[in-house]
Write a protein that binds this ligand. Sequence first.
Ligand SMILES: [Zn+2]
Length: 452
Amino acid sequence: MKHILIGFLLTLFGAPTYAQNSPLTFGGGEYEVPHTEDNCLSDEDRDAIRAQLRINVEQLRVDGKLTSSGDREDVQFIWPLQKATGFEWNSYYGISNYVDQNPTPALGDYYCNERTYDGHKGTDIFTWPFPWYMYENDLVEVIAGEEGVIINKADGFEDDHCDCYGSWNAIYVQHADGSVAWYGHMKSGSLTEKEVGESVVEGEFLGVVASSGCSSGPHLHLEVYDSEGNLIDPYAGDCNDLNADSWWEDQAENRVPTLNTILTHDATPEHGCPLVNEDPHMSNDFYSGDEVFTAFYFHDGLAGTTFDCRIKMPDGTVWNDWSFTIGTTYNASWWYWSWFLPEEGPNGVWTLEADYEGETIVHEFNYGVYVGVDDWTDKEVKIIPNPSSTNLIEIVGVPVENEIYFYDATGKLVKHISNSTQLEIGDISAGLYYVTIQSSNGQLLVEKFVKN
Ligand SMILES: [Zn+2]
């Protein structure tokens, strides 16, 4: 067993306190969103876009597809991103840049801070952690912040680079009051099939977050103009010199300290750009002797705030708990600890938990037995009924040639049946079981099962 000295790290980031067990490694800190040399959009590109939008708007008016009748107050954005169906992380983003309100080379955002870069004319919302994993799997979607008419779209440009390259994939929506929102950097081929001139409702899918155009990594650049073509900063604040009121339906605080997700890994995760450097090393399956990396990913983690962590055994008993106080405020940060779990088990589904700012985030992983919590290769497999009050259950969706194992919550094997899908379970007591099903082709699946 290797034990790495970690004392010197503790003072750098903040202060962990451990209860029972000590970690093998500890690390993390700021995740610095990479910068490109140039702006999200060059002045040249912006001028070209605006010229094209003017032409399109004129034509759409002639065609009767655009009318400006609404009031400015009708335009109130909802959050322009959402998780794809089935994507279950607590949160998935952070904000790297607001509009630069300062016309000089100095920086200034609406909140009188400097969370921007020189000449930035939009709000940059980046995906985090593992933006390339999310990109690959289409996990974060850009949606219309406000209803309107698509007045232009651009698609087909390369989207997986980390510097300025080619043009961006984007959609431009004009609202009822004549104001316009630009949604840029999206994934090639992901854009809504709706054409220029068609309407979108608030919250409607526009495309997938990616890194097309001048972009250092997957993010949405949202840029807004009023009906006169004046740049808008959707955030109201003391240092917003562009517009007095907020353009958000419900403007969030400048920083909303959030635990985006907690994950387990089989090695130190690598953050980078693009796929070739980013290596999430995500794993939910561990065996005795494996080093288990438990990691916690934040946006707007505030200096002085504390998160409490727990690792629980299959029966719910706490194997270890510790807490950590964040030392410095970052747009994005992460902290990890690695462990050897007890050689003697218990085997089964272990739980990693963390409390932060009133939320509890839970992540399950397997220890010692293969149970594939996230690894369903056949979603049709079901135990009926489940939970069950009867002594006869059926397992549907599995081949007749099979081996079925019942593990109790402590990981102990309590029942083994071969080549059957109708199971008599009068001999097992009430409780939670992990039913592992081995099919004739060697596949292993698991279903949680409760006997009442
Ligand atoms: Zn931007």
